[in-house]
Design a protein around this ligand. Structure first.
Ligand SMILES: [Zn+2]
Length: 400
């Protein structure tokens, strides 16, 4: 039930920006601020110079990096342990040196925790506690490294980039991380989390994991949203037939929706039949397939570094983004198209989400719905009546 009134705009913003999925942006027009640095014409086939020039003026924003989960499982979130040195070489895919080599301008750090092993959404789990711990460690990590700047608005990404920092955002992965509660979704928003995917690999009361229109289901997310969505790290079903990937009908809907699919680098999602052969050219194939079906305005990058041990051949760390950009250029992409791919589309979508959130916060109250069959419990103790004869009051074993 949604009543109309102007109340609690912050909470409302939280709900819509998170549930509807997330965007970012300063608007494409914001990208010309460093244009004066372009001093001389660059040959179209000088991919290195073109890439350098673009990455100096447009923030490359990756949609998904699972480093925070490694902080959890290896350090138990003890960041100040001397064995953790983010400035220099880590054995995983991401550290400061390689972020700089890769010229990364913005990174969504995933505050992922795994799906709980439960059969009923009402069964108790640690998912929400563990998610809050992930938010805590990620925010402390960002604060600890002065070259990173925490951002929770699209405008912040552009200003952080201008001041030479890596804009650092938080994203969550699956509504199990919110205990399948809309009320809980609002809380990580207030802590700075700027996207939550509908599912990870487990179902929840709001969405079926890896379900697609092609699989016979209905894509309620795209039917329901009033705002452009993102696929933070995904690939194309047409090229790799796993239901985690987006089929063409979803890509077509994504185009209508105005959102962006951010292509990831995990082998089995790039090539389901022969994962070992998946290489950087295969990543480009997926990018070009999104472009062919939905257009250059709807594609982005969300590598999934540190969330897998099977990256596409030719991509081994966050230092390799320039290689990927050069590979896309070799397929004929213009500088403007590359700018859209690496970050401008994401920023456009984020900015649009911010606008929609402001509008909806004026038009409606925070959503108070719960999923059908949701249990509320009460301890066995006498308590005052709030509303006499209230049929919705939860009864205790010995007390009404
Ligand atoms: Zn992840």
């Amino acid at each position: 039930m949604l009543a109309k009134a102007a109340r609690s705009p912050k909470s409302q913003t939280a709900l819509w920006v998170l549930l509807l999925a997330m965007g970012f942006g300063a608007g494409i027009a914001g990208y010309h601020y460093l244009g004066s640095e372009v001093l001389q014409p660059i040959s179209q086939t000088d991919y290195v110079a073109r890439t350098d020039n673009i990455l100096r003026t447009t923030p490359l924003i990756d949609g998904h990096n699972d480093l925070p989960y490694l902080l959890r499982i290896e350090l138990q979130n003890k960041l100040y342990d001397s064995s953790f040195d983010f400035r220099h070489a880590l054995a995983s895919h991401t550290d400061l040196e390689r972020l700089k080599q890769g010229k990364v301008g913005g990174q969504f750090w995933s505050v992922f925790v795994e799906c709980p092993n439960i059969e009923n959404a009402d069964h108790p789990t640690h998912s929400v506690r563990d998610t809050l711990e992930q938010v805590d460690v990620t925010r402390r990590f960002i604060k600890e490294i002065e070259e990173l700047e925490f951002c929770d608005t699209s405008a912040c990404v552009s200003s952080a980039f201008r001041s030479g920092k890596v804009a650092s955002m938080l994203g969550a992965e699956g509504l199990h991380q919110a205990g399948s509660s809309i009320a809980v979704i609002r809380q990580p928003f207030d802590l700075g989390v700027r996207y939550v995917t509908l599912t990870h690999n487990c179902d929840n009361p709001f969405a079926t994991a890896a379900s697609t229109i092609t699989a016979g289901g209905q894509d309620m997310g795209l039917n329901t949203t009033q705002s452009p969505v993102i696929f933070s790290h995904s690939t194309c079903f047409e090229l790799a037939k796993t239901y985690r990937n987006a089929p063409d009908d979803v890509l077509t809907r994504l185009k209508q929706n105005g959102g962006v699919l951010m292509v990831m680098f995990v082998k089995r999602f790039l090539n389901a039949e022969d994962p070992d052969s998946a290489d950087i050219e295969r990543v480009v194939d997926h990018i070009m397939h999104v472009v062919a079906v939905a257009g250059w305005d709807h594609v982005g990058i969300g590598g999934d570094f540190d969330g897998t041990v099977t990256l596409a051949n030719g991509i081994s760390s966050v230092a390799d983004y320039p290689k990927l950009i050069a590979a896309v250029m070799k397929r004929g992409a213009t500088d403007e198209q590359i700018k859209k791919l690496i970050g401008a589309n994401l920023l456009r979508v984020w900015a649009e989400n911010e606008k929609v959130a402001v509008r909806l916060s004026r038009e409606m109250l925070p959503v108070e719905e719960v999923w059908e069959g949701r249990l509320f419990t009460r301890w066995n103790n006498p308590l005052p009546l709030l509303i006499p004869n209230n049929p919705n009051r939860v009864a205790a074993l010995d007390y009404p």
